[in-house]
Design a protein around this ligand. Structure first.
Ligand SMILES: *Cc1c(COP(=O)(O)O)cnc(C)c1O
Length: 406
């Protein structure tokens, strides 16, 4: 079945009472048992069931199953935010003295989180992940994991997803991919050998900027039995279940950054139209990037759909479209704040993946805390403005830019 047909009916087919087409919002923290032995079996992992709201909720489970259909994953674990998904997963897999390699082109808060891991004794190397050889050069005896984003925000660098996948496979490293900017509709990281995939559900999957959420999808394509960090008590059944349990217990349960049922419902409803939105968003973004690329007041446009983009060929090969994020550097004679203030339709806001087109002066906001030297490393100019393109009619967006770029 097609992407949308598959996910659209997934709730309905999951034995929902009364023929409800949506999984109901189960506002319950506790779940009672008629038989105390049954409760014990659930707590002991001998039976599946609902123990306590921080760990499981039926509405959240239905969303997790939907993400599994999208990512073709073995099992997905939802969290309260994308950051919680990344942080809890790495926390449950790595130990002080372990080393991991990350792309240096990262979502700002992920960069900040990895700095925190370093101060807790987990070594991190940041590399230009657009070439797998840079990753290879950093591999050490204690390297356990490689983390990359598919398309990096705001400069839209594209990781060497296939090359790094082959490298991780040959070296036995966990390959952890952030698929937020591509979404499972434009790209399936499992095709490049990803073992773990994180999606911020807040962005395109939820799609309407009305709920925060994150998810980690686990794949059965790694020798999970070789991981030394897994608690002996979780080693039941196939080794892929060990890792799922480790993340659920050590990550989700112990940290408690759980997704609530209300947010899960909003995200689930939003996700029904992911494919339609991504088609419209990608076509709007491509046309706008082309328009701005030819504009006399624009110095540079970063968008994977432009043939001038350094990884254009890779994006074309791997992704079914080029996505909705581009950034521009404007010429010195215009002030980036004044330009943004002249925009009428396009909103100045942090966030991406909304149905509405948004823009933000990157160096002065989301990447401010990082400081000038790290910004320089990441190629973030002071005049860089990031756009997250929405589903408005293209002519209205173009006109807004045309009237403001003066
Ligand atoms: C937004 C974002 C995150 C974090 O997601 P939240 O849901 O905001 O915590 C992680 N990675 C990328 C690429 C993002 O854009």
């Amino acid at each position: 079945m097609g992407f949308t047909s598959d996910i659209l009916h997934s709730n309905r087919k999951g034995k929902v009472r009364h023929g409800s087409v949506h999984k109901p919002v189960h506002h319950s923290v506790s779940f009672s048992f008629d038989d105390a032995r049954e409760l014990a079996y659930v707590f002991q992992g001998k039976k599946s069931g609902y123990s306590y709201g921080r760990q499981v909720n039926p509405t959240v489970t239905a969303l997790q199953e939907k993400i599994d259909l999208m990512e073709k994953s073995y099992e997905t674990i939802a969290f309260g935010t994308g950051m919680a998904a990344i942080g809890s997963t790495i926390f449950s897999l790595l130990r002080p003295g372990d080393h991991f390699i990350s792309s240096s082109f990262l979502f700002g808060n992920t960069n900040s989180l990895f700095q925190s891991f370093m101060s807790h004794g987990i070594e991190t190397s940041f590399v230009d992940a657009t070439c797998a050889e840079n990753v290879r050069a950093e591999i050490k005896q204690n390297t356990k994991l490689v983390f990359v984003e598919t398309i990096a925000n705001p400069r839209t660098q594209i990781s060497d997803l296939e090359g790094i996948g082959e490298l991780c496979k040959s070296k036995g490293l966990i390959y952890f991919v952030d698929n937020t900017l591509t979404t499972p509709y434009l790209y399936s990281p499992i095709t490049s050998g990803a073992n773990l995939v994180i999606n911020s559900l807040t962005k395109y999957i939820g799609g309407h900027a009305n709920a925060l959420g994150g998810a980690v999808s686990v794949f059965d394509n790694f020798e999970w039995r070789n991981l030394s960090c897994i608690d002996d008590r979780y080693k039941q059944g196939a080794p892929v279940n060990w890792i799922v349990k480790q993340i659920k217990k050590k990550g989700l349960r112990d940290f408690g950054a759980s997704l609530g049922p209300e947010a899960a419902h909003l995200i689930s409803v939003g996700s029904d139209t992911l494919a339609l939105r991504m088609d419209r968003i990608s076509s709007n973004a491509r046309a706008l990037a082309n328009y701005l690329d030819g504009h006399s007041l624009v110095e540079r446009v970063h968008y994977p759909g432009l043939v001038s983009h350094p990884q254009h060929k890779r994006a074309k090969k791997l992704f079914s479209a080029f996505g909705g994020i581009f950034s521009i550097e404007i010429k010195d004679q215009i002030d980036c704040f004044d330009f943004i203030n002249r925009l009428d339709l396009i909103a100045c806001a942090s966030n991406l993946g909304d149905t509405r087109t948004l823009c933000i002066p990157v160096a002065h906001s989301i990447y401010h805390e990082m400081g000038p030297s790290r910004r320089k490393e990441m190629g973030i100019a002071d005049s860089l403005i990031r756009f997250s393109v929405g589903i408005e009619e293209f002519d209205d967006l173009r006109l807004d830019l045309e009237r403001s770029l003066i």
